[in-house]
Design a protein around this ligand. Structure first.
Ligand code: PMP
Length: 452
């Protein structure tokens, strides 16, 4: 890579001062510095173009450069630059009403800055709800192995990916983990409906723990970062029934799946019958243009915070949570999603892309291709009988080969030791059909080369 003077200076400063998220410190490798973005593409310092096949960190749903969104932030900053939500402001009011409308129910929203915080908020609300509903002993949360719910201490405690927790344990007490509905590698053996067995296991765990100690179950409708795990449709319905039976709150983490990623406005909407108690969101809420997290709770829960009593309100605040500019950006983002019928588009095009990616299972190392909407996982194995995960090295080579061809893709990094073997693809929802063809063709070419 040739570097000009400017770039050399930046590279040096990057090496001297910037601490990258999740990255190994490799003094030899050049930092990957992006300069400009346009739609689903960005350019590096040398002007090389890349299609961002993972939407940044799954958030850049409308791609780069939407002037209307930038203007919404500008105008809001000029009219009211900051105001706390201990009081109120117009964009937060409008956005909370819009979220309730999109959720097709009566929901009240607490705003924060990120997905991790949205989940932290959900845990506090759930515990306090039970306490104020006469069940102060209900404090435990159940999540699934391979799940990611954030990196702050509580959210990390719900995150059940061993590699992410090493060196930070002990995590917060009261978080339990159960097997995911992962039929390709089911914890319940080779049986039909193993996903339902995974749901029923939650029922057992709640009973074994004592339902009077369990506050909530938190899950993504479709595990994303943990390897794109798509359960049978009945799984979430069954989990919702189990939660209801035990008076356990169903908390759905829609940080990735919210706002169209899976071909519905929210992931849980693939199961009509499911009415979650709490829904957490971030990422696609603003398409990554500004930080914003949201925790929406059903009116049944909020009721318990309304009753008189000195300590009955939620003792929780975030200086920047629900920042006026972030809320204005979210409103504009949602307006574009609706006007451009992005969700319908993702549903329609997603099916055909998944079909094309499915054809790759003809290759010897492609164990399974999974997906929903614009979210895909390709699980790579040494052979299809043993299902031994491919090596870290092969995964690295495949991702590097895609980068070389101008396509950024990801993988389920750090999920389970030795099991970082799922390629992840999640392009911006506004990608053109040409962009999407490029994604599929490039992945196909590279896998043909490495996974014959
Ligand atoms: N939940 C899920 C499902 C996520 O994928 C993420 C982020 N990757 C989070 C929560 C945490 O979001 P944030 O990084 O905004 O804290």
């Amino acid at each position: 890579m040739s570097v000009n003077i400017d770039t050399e200076d930046l590279v040096q400063k990057d090496r001297d001062y910037l601490w990258h998220a999740m990255a190994k410190h490799n003094e030899k490798a050049l930092p990957f510095i992006a300069r400009r973005g346009e739609g689903s593409w960005f350019t590096d310092m040398d002007g090389n173009r890349y299609l961002d096949g993972v939407s940044g960190l799954w958030c850049l749903n409308l791609g780069h450069g939407r002037k209307e969104i930038a203007l919404a932030a500008f105008e809001q900053m000029m009219s009211l630059s900051y105001f706390p939500l201990t009081l109120s402001h117009v964009p937060a009011i409008e956005l909370s009403a819009k979220i309730s409308e999109l959720l097709q129910g009566s929901y009240r929203t607490f705003f924060s800055n990120s997905g991790s915080e949205a989940n932290e908020t959900a845990f506090k609300i759930a515990r306090q709800y039970h306490a104020q509903n006469g069940n102060p002993g209900k404090y435990k949360f159940i999540s699934r192995y391979r799940a990611y719910h954030g990196s702050t201490l509580g959210a990390m405690s719900a995150t059940a990916q061993a590699n992410r927790r090493m060196k930070y344990d002990p995590t917060a007490p009261g978080f339990l983990h159960v097997p995911p509905p992962y039929s390709y590698r089911s914890s319940f053996g080779d049986m039909p409906n193993s996903d339902l067995a995974a749901a029923d296991f939650i029922d057992q765990v709640i009973s074994w723990e004592g339902a009077e100690t369990v506050a909530g179950v938190i899950m993504e409708p479709f595990i994303s970062g943990g390897g794109v795990i798509i359960p049978a449709k009945e799984y979430l319905v069954r989990v919702a029934e189990i939660c209801k039976k035990h008076d356990v709150l169903l908390i759905l983490d829609e940080v990735v799946s919210g706002f169209g990623r899976t071909g519905k406005m929210f992931g849980f909407m693939h199961s009509d019958e499911v009415k979650p108690d709490i829904i957490t969101m971030a990422k696609g809420l603003t398409s990554g243009y500004l930080p914003l997290g949201a925790t929406a709770v059903s009116s049944k829960i909020y009721e318990k915070f309304k009753e008189n009593g000195t300590h009955n309100h939620l003792r929780h605040v975030s200086t920047y949570g629900g920042h006026p500019a972030s809320c204005a950006v979210a409103l504009k983002n949602i307006e574009i999603i609706e006007n451009e019928q992005i969700v319908q588009r993702v549903a329609n095009l997603g099916e055909s892309i998944l079909g094309k990616l499915h054809d790759l299972t003809a290759l010897s190392k492609v164990g399974e291709v999974r997906g929903k909407g614009f979210l895909y996982g390709i699980e790579l194995v040494e052979d299809k009988v043993s299902k031994t995960p491919v090596s870290e090295e092969l995964m690295g080579n495949i991702i590097a080969a895609c980068t070389k061809k101008g396509l950024i893709i990801g993988r389920n990094g750090d999920t389970v030791p030795g099991f970082n073997n799922v390629l992840i693809i999640a392009p911006p929802l506004s990608s053109t059909e040409e962009d999407l063809d490029f994604v599929v063709d490039t992945v196909e070419e590279v896998l043909m080369e490495f996974c014959k």
